[in-house]
Every structure is written in C-alpha cells, then in structure tokens.
Design a binder for this molecule. Sequence first.
Ligand code: TMP
Length: 214
Amino acid sequence: MYKKKPFFIVFEGVEGCGKSFQSKKLFSKLKKKNIDTILTREPGGTKSSELIRNLILKDYFSKDNKEKFDKYTDTLLYLAARNEHIKNKILPALLKKKVVICDRFIDSTIAYQVYGKKVDIDFINNIHKKILRNVKPNIVFVLKVSTKISKKRLIKRKIKNRYDNFSQTFYTKAQNSFIKIAKNKKNYVILDSSSNDNVLENIIFKIIKKKLHI
Ligand code: TMP
C-alpha cells in the first residue's frame, strides 16, 4: 500500500535533452497509479511566475541589444519567479503530501547564470536562503544528451526558447555544469537521454517506484 508522503522530483538538463517529455511521462505514470502528483516547471508554474517567464523570454528575443536586461536583472527575474512558485505552489503541494515533479529548479540557475553567465554565486545563494523555505528536491534527474540529438530535437520545435539559438559551446558548457553539480551526490541520477525515450521512461519510473514504495 502506498503511504502518502511529500516527494519532490526535479528534471534538469540542457534544451533538447528530453526533460519536459520525461516529466510528462512520469506524471502520467504516477497518475495512473492514483498517486497524488502535480507537474510544474521553472521559470513558471503559477500565474505570476508565468508572467515573469514571458518577460524573460521576450527580453531574449528583443532586437534592441542596448535595452536588454543586465545579467543580474535576468537572474533576479528567475529568482522572483521561483519565490512565487515555491510559496504558492510547490510548498503547499508538499505540505499536502503530494508528489511534485518540476521541470528545472535551482541547478538551472547554477548552470546557466553562475557557470554560463558568471553571475556571483553568493548573490544567488543569499537570495535562495530566503526564498527556498527549506524546499529541497528528494531526487534530481540530470538528462544528458549528445549535441547531434539535442540539435535535431530543437530544430523540430515550433516555439523557440531562450537558448534555442545559443552557440553549441554554451550548451556543452551548461551540460558539463549540470554533470559537475550532480557528481558524487546521492540524490542525483545522471541518465543518457540520447537514445531511447521509452527505455529511459521505464528506468526513471523504476527508480521512483522504489523511492515511493509503490
Ligand atoms: P525551458 O527550456 O526548460 O522551458 O526553460 C526556459 C529557459 O530558462 C531555458 O533556456 C533555461 C533558462 N533558465 C535559466 O537560465 N535559469 C534558471 O534558473 C531556469 C529555471 C531556467
């Protein structure tokens, strides 16, 4: 018998790694088992956070380079979206002993803003101290993908995203950062998502079933 408990699952990785696809698959598998689960994403997840997400993405596609957000403004927007998201969605769900699946979380900020854009990590850590409210992922899946496959997946996409047209070196750097963050941490699982999504889906579900005792 499944005993309800708060459980926070995060998917991380670069664009085109298949994390949104895998989050959705896991969500529907848990729902089929009648596990009380929510699926959410960052930046976004609540009405106000989605507004902030639109602001961030709109700025990225703005043609006027002089008017683009400074990297600290950009970082603050991600953190503002996170604050709203944790306070109004993630924490309430965990308090109700739900399973929360989140497409991206704090490691995206470390990979993209700190390693990628060289934003001061102390600045981010200090804000996190206030806004995380002790919310920590129980498990983080880092999906690794080859450049060839990620490119192929990105080309197929209709809606472009912030880093969809960034250079390959940026992706490689971001992916290496995710792997570096995950290395030697027991609540992180690095999985290769280049080959077969079906196989990967089952691997992920098996791990979660074991964790939730279902
Ligand atoms: P998505 O591609 O998963 O929808 O995410 C939107 C973009 O936001 C993606 O390019 C990664 C970026 N991002 C950051 O740069 N920092 C963050 O903290 C988060 C959550 C996302």
